[in-house]
Design a protein around this ligand. Sequence first.
Ligand code: ATP
Ligand code: MG
Length: 669
Amino acid sequence: MTKTTIDYAKTLYGLSVPKEMIQQTIDILEAVPQIKENFINNDIPIEKKHNIIDKVFPKNMRDYLKILCDNQNMDIFDDIIKVYEGMKEKDSSKLIATIYYTVYPNIEQINKVKEFLCKKFQKESIEMKFIEDKSLIGGFKIRIGNQEYDWSMIGRLKSMEQKLTSKGSSLNSSDEIITILKSEIAATEFDLKKHEIGIVKWIGDGIAVVDGLDHVMYGEIVIFDTGVKGMVQDIRREEIGCILFGRVIGMKEGTRVIRTGKMAGIPVGENFIGRVVDAQGAPIDGKGEITAADYRFIENEAPGIVERKSVSVPLATGILSIDAMFPIGRGQRELIIGDRQTGKSSITIDTIINQKGKDVICIYVAIGQKKSTISKTVSTLKKYGAMNYSIVVSSTASEPASLQYIAPYSGTALAEYFMYKGKDVLIVYDDLSKHAVAYRALSLLLERSPGREAYPGDVFYLHSRLLERSSCLSEEYGGGSITALPIVETQAGDVSSYIPTNVISITDGQIFLESNLFFSGMRPAVNVGLSVSRVGGAAQTKAMKKVSGSIRIDLAQYREMEIFTQFSADLDTVTQEQLQYGRGLVELLKQPLYQPLELHQQVITLCAANKRLFVDIEISKLKEFLKDILVYFDTMYPEVGKEIEEKKELTDEQIQKILEIIIEYKSRY
Ligand code: ATP
Ligand code: MG
């Protein structure tokens, strides 16, 4: 029995040869007609023909061409392709629509749906499958490929619910609710909801692997049928990986996922000031809904070079050792680094408290901390009146890693809202070590390959894209700024491990806190040798610059001398004086919690220190003495402090005056 064209076409179809290869074969045959002629020429031996096929044609086509060649049927190749193409087309036109119904539709309805779908998908006919689904309450739902059209009652109710909850407490009266309901009903009567949907393939540990959702974007929010939101983090050829922002309870293989088409973002606005929110911007302080002014994506591009200007205005921490030796400017990123329990958080809290009346909005982002620690921090801020200009973004250790991962980005989105409005913002990330750990957990669960210390390869980018968003905008762009104080925890003072080195290289300097100093009573435990501020010097006030010049060197000299003279009994007077001075200096730099010093107080203290006016005072009484002097200045000579605060400068006459007052005080008491 001889084979027909259709038989050949069926064989070709069965081989499932890729389209490109068939096209390539056609091209070759067309380009060199000789080949075809040779194939049907009886005089050429079969082996030679096979040899040519092996050399010239694409791999998947060779066996097939050999069959044709052996039957000397090559001239019908074109006919075969035509039939074959027809087969393909017929196949791709075979779409199956599944209709979920509560009451079986009548013929008229079915025809209408068919007509609608044929028009939508530009097909001659569409196969239909009917499945009863009582959970729809009423109406019906059509699923075709990856798309879903929803005319069901439950779908309408869900969309109404979403509209109402998104309005939240901004709904003032029942009239408003009725208006929304009415318009919603009117709209859904004719307008059907089209969704792109996916199906959960695998779920666990805050991660879901989803099949479908072919057009989803990286970072897009998707909603699962249980109401939990997720964010797309991994797009692969066959599936996508999402991180979940809620509990996995109730989700299983086969749970439906819907695209929202919206990138992850949070509501922002002035009303957030004074509030405690979670990583998604929802209030968690029990003070009711927050009316947002805007919605910002949590990931945003950092300002470009043209939009920036260099740091020039100081951001006073109120901590003498930092303001004198490692000044921070608005728009700077200064890392606070040290072992656990060395006072890292305390420095940032003090800095926030010190911003009172300085027109700086403060955002404290807590990442992976205990709930109790966060509530303690919030109550401290409240106690010192700092909540009036602060926002706390909290993602506790008990929350999913995904929320800990997005918290700093959410905080920065809030900060950007204010920066682009021309305001100065201070943002604290407490801390980025825990952030990196949360990201590591997510990445490993998403099966990304681990690198150094098991962190994924892009952990550097994780922090650089975050911290680059802190900057100082130039006047044309509003002149706002974001100053960042990221915190990183070290293990046994090791600054050379992965995350610390990364963040050190991204920031403009670091304040290194040492546990030895902390336990020896030197608090804040700033290590003078390892700390640095690379750009803040440009922002330091002239007054501070004038008096803080030699402090660092004096301290370093004292530390060295202290080690040398540890065991020697009799010292000459010069050395003794030097030691006495150093001891006093160290004492002066000690500062209790929540007592930030103002500029003029710092300047007066440093003036006294520079001229060694306190060397004759007993170390144990020095702190008391200094406190009294500052009070004496503020009550007896308030104009001295006022002048410094206003002009931010210090003349030699002013220095002379300060010294005279101190000497006067000393002689009186
Ligand atoms: P963790 O690693 O747990 O986050 P941390 O490095 O953030 O700790 P803090 O919580 O700020 O450290 O401070 C640890 C302890 O040291 C707290 O009990 C705090 O009261 C105390 N402390 C911090 N700074 C000072 C200071 N300047 N004077 C006195 N006590 C301080
Ligand atoms: Mg801390």
